[in-house]
Design a protein around this ligand. Sequence first.
Ligand code: HXC
Length: 260
Amino acid sequence: TSLEANVLIKVEITGKVALLTLNRSQALNALSSELMHELIAKMQQLEANPDIGCFVITGNSRVFCAGADIKEMQIKSCQQMIAEDYFSGWDQFAAIKIPKIAAVSGYALGGGCELAMMCDVIYAGDSAVFAQPEINLGVIPGIGGTQRLTHSVGKAKAMDLILTGRHMSAAEAEQGGLVARVFSDETLLEEALFAAQSISEKGRLSVALAKEAIDASMELPLAQGLVFERRVFHSLFSCREQQEGMAAFIEKRRADFSHD
Ligand code: HXC
């Protein structure tokens, strides 16, 4: 319908998994402010629902996302960029507590690669192409590319990619540590949804805290990170999830975390 054609983010819920499909294919899913607001609003609404345990974010077979919207940005001045704190809206996306899996086939360029990197896990189809091509536009990555890419693939590869703007294949991205697993394009979404379903059946609290502890490793010195982990581990012993998970093991049955 014409209404669906105007929707920039399609949402499909299966069990406890929300699949979000970027639906702006005429602009190769470029991240306009409108798309950003719609994506974040839908995710925040879903996050408030205790029946949702994991997100999968995907594009289409040709393009995951071609980046920030160059047509929207082109006319802006430096003063406007600073006054709007352009791209700061994406902090709310990164701050979503429920795990987000990016399922990437085709192009993930610039802000598209950065969108994938703001997710907790990236799975790629074998056609996936990652790049930070902003240098060709006379700018630099602006939604975390210089930071998150360097954290995942190391300085050598991040320099190489960001200074040349070259494309990186799914295989190279997996080898470099950006991508968790590569699947055939045909099975990518199915595999991503399968993993998301598996995550959504774990304890909500232990999943959120495991994610928080891993994220903390990006910020903290090792000794502090280890203390943070241990305290979080201790605190889980006040929660039903730990009682249920360990009792289920001893009783040789499958843990049921659905009431937590
Ligand atoms: C706005 C975009 C766009 C983008 C594509 N389109 N990418 N519009 N922002 N990032 C639009 C094109 O203008 C075109 O619109 C339509 O989508 C189809 O794109 P084509 O280029 O005609 O398709 P194709 O020839 O197949 O080439 C595909 C492509 C190329 C290789 C992905 O579109 C491309 O290089 N796009 C830009 C990639 C990029 O530089 N991304 C980084 C952006 S900056 P019309 O109206 O002509 O049909 C960024 C970082 C932000 O993300 C940080 C600071 C900048």
